[in-house]
Design a protein around this ligand. Structure first.
Ligand code: P6P
Length: 347
């Protein structure tokens, strides 16, 4: 490796110290928080990468707050995130998809709240498809130990996040995060156990040629959504149609592709699920902050995700997220107005 190439290598910790001097709070706190999440993700990655070999698959017999069967790997990831964040000393309130109520870290007066989906895409565990961990970080507004007060503290608009990110356990393991100053991606070098900067300053294209949704629900979608899907399947060179459909069924993987290639990911409301399926606090909000920081948009089809007023920890919202011009088109169709007229044709 040449000296020039050697110089390019930057670890996650080095990056945070160098680039986060302007983090609104002491960068040491953020680097310790991300260190804790990074540790948990490396332990989760180790189990995910050998899931097919070790008898960790199958059902725990327990079910989470959503009545879904909790797979052992889900449970493992949940426990690893709680352990790493509790031991790290920076958090005093946690929220997990796998736990109905907030989790109060008794041993510290940590200044941060971390809400997370420990293992997104768990329905794909047994078929060796990419999985993810999603995290959303808020700074506490008080040191209250009152449960009701702490529950309220965990329910803040996505705009108030001080950091957000995801880990993608795919062909390689990546950690992508933002603190409101752009989006940066790090790839895990398992030979040294370090995340190395591989995707600096990630920007989403203004328009893509991929759309991502579970088209199987077509008959359950509202008319505007059905019209938009028909539009995307139409033929027009100027607007690069027909788009290609890509749908992995793991939110982190589908949005990571959307971030890199452009286009739109949609999990709309349906007749049977009028709020959609995805959770606002630890799926939609963190992904919305990342995509907006990369130059894209994220809405529930009508309202900006980051401005939604949360009502409860596990509430669900519809999600339309990705390239600016594609999300504007989708919103315009949902309003019954056809393609958005405010952008250059097909730009
Ligand atoms: P459907 C995975 O279970 C998940 O929560 C997200 O990761 C994913 O985007 C969505 O559900 C897939 O849901 O209804 O298409 O199977």
């Amino acid at each position: 490796m040449s000296d020039a190439q050697r110089k390019q290598i930057m670890t996650l910790s080095q990056f945070i110290i160098e680039r986060e001097r302007s983090f609104p709070y002491a960068s040491g706190e953020l680097s310790r928080l991300l260190r804790d999440i990074s540790l948990a993700s490396r332990l989760i990655n180790r189990e995910v990468s050998k899931a097919g070999l070790v008898d960790i698959l199958g059902i725990t017999g327990k079910s989470n707050v959503h009545g879904e069967q909790v797979k052992k790997l889900d449970d493992f990831a949940h426990r690893e995130m709680i352990s790493a964040l509790s031991m790290g000393g920076e958090c005093s309130i946690l929220g997990s998809e796998e736990e109905k109520d907030i989790i109060r870290v008794a041993s510290t007066s940590g200044k941060y709240i971390v809400l997370f989906d420990p293992l997104d895409g768990s329905s794909n565990i047994d078929v060796n498809v990419s999985l993810g961990t999603i995290f959303s970080i808020y700074r506490r507004s008080s040191e209250s130990t009152d449960l009701e007060h702490q529950r309220k503290e965990a329910l803040r608009k996505g705009l108030k996040q001080v950091a957000a990110g995801y880990v993608l356990y795919g062909s390689s393991t990546m950690l992508v995060y933002t603190t409101g100053r752009g989006v940066n991606g790090f790839t895990l070098d398992t030979s040294i156990g370090e995340y190395l900067l591989s995707h600096p300053d990630m920007q989403i294209p203004k328009r893509g040629k991929y759309y991502s949704t579970n088209q199987g629900y077509y008959s359950l979608y509202e008319q505007g959504m059905q019209d938009y899907l028909q539009y995307l399947q139409g033929e027009d060179e100027v607007t690069h149609r027909p788009y290609s459909l890509r749908y992995i069924g793991t939110l982190v993987a589908d949005i990571h592709r959307t971030l890199l290639y452009g286009g739109i990911f949609m999990y709309p409301a349906t007749r049977t699920a009028p709020k959609g399926k995805l959770r606002l606090m630890y799926e939609c909000n963190p992904m919305a902050l990342i995509i907006e920081q990369a130059g894209g948009l994220a809405s529930d089809g009508r309202n900006r995700i980051l401005e939604l007023e949360p009502r409860e920890l596990h509430e669900r919202v519809p999600l339309f997220i990705g390239s600016e011009h594609d999300v504007l088109d989708a919103q315009s169709f949902l309003a019954g107005n056809g393609p958005y007229q405010g952008t250059e044709n097909g730009s």
